[in-house]
Design a protein around this ligand. Structure first.
Ligand code: PGA
Length: 237
């Protein structure tokens, strides 16, 4: 496990974008797992800039988002969908072939699809205040498949802040990439910023691996890199 410390979110996002861009240019990284949430917004900005400035072609790059809500109506979908989030923050800014973009859905076997394409080369992920990764909530098994999950109140509260909504408006179910596929990613970059992440990062990486803190499973990943800012840094005082 490698930990990269940065002064602030701005610096961290720029550096992660640069590392991801170098990885894409190398031609060795083709299948990306992508997160949503507050944390990666600036990263997507910088990555889009690098792609455009260098006129990098994305025809051979495939994306697999980590999760999506289950909506109870069209209005909710319009306001809260992670598809719209991705369009707004990344896909609309670069020339991504639509057929290369994937989201988990009830209709398709996401694990089978990803495995048939050779697995995830690089997964970018965040961490929930309750230790979830993607929407693998506390209690998730290490070999869980991509599946429908009930969201914990903490996860809904986190999204209420992201979408500037009250928590009652946030769906209580989602489809998440399971831990089996996620933890099989060849490389994982975990991004975390701000004081609210410090305690859960400490628990995840200094205590024993346990299913009540799914992020703790990352301890045993052979190629995990953690990117944090000063406020999330649980190591130095
Ligand atoms: P956040 O979400 O970036 O909005 O804090 C991270 C996550 O829940 O994975």
């Amino acid at each position: 496990m490698i930990i990269h410390n940065y002064h602030d979110e701005e610096e961290m996002s720029r550096e992660v974008a640069s590392k991801v861009f170098i990885a894409l240019k190398s031609g060795l990284i083709k299948n990306l797992a992508l997160p949503t949430g507050r944390t990666p917004i600036l990263f997507y900005n910088y990555l889009a800039d690098l792609i455009n400035e260098n006129q990098f072609k994305l025809d051979e790059i495939y994306t697999y988002n980590l999760d999506e809500f289950i909506f109870s109506n069209e209005k909710q979908k319009e306001v809260l969908s992670y598809k719209n989030y991705m369009d707004e923050h990344f896909f609309s800014k670069v020339k991504f072939p639509l057929k290369n973009i994937h989201f988990p859905s009830k209709e398709q076997d996401y694990d089978q699809l990803i495995s048939s394409r050779g697995g995830i080369d690089l997964a970018l992920i965040g961490i929930g205040n309750n230790g979830h990764i993607a929407f693998n909530e506390p209690g998730s098994e290490v070999d869980s498949p991509t599946r429908l999950v009930n969201l914990k109140i903490e996860s809904r509260e986190q999204n209420a802040i992201l979408f500037n909504q009250s928590v009652q408006n946030i769906p209580d179910q989602a489809i998440t990439m399971g831990l089996k596929t996620l933890l099989s990613s060849k490389i994982i970059f975990l991004l975390a910023t701000g004081p609210s992440k410090k305690e859960i990062l400490k628990k995840s990486f200094t205590e024993n691996i346990c299913r009540n803190i799914p992020a703790s499973y990352l301890q045993s990943h052979p190629a995990l890199e953690i990117f944090i800012d000063k406020a999330a840094n649980w190591i130095t005082k």
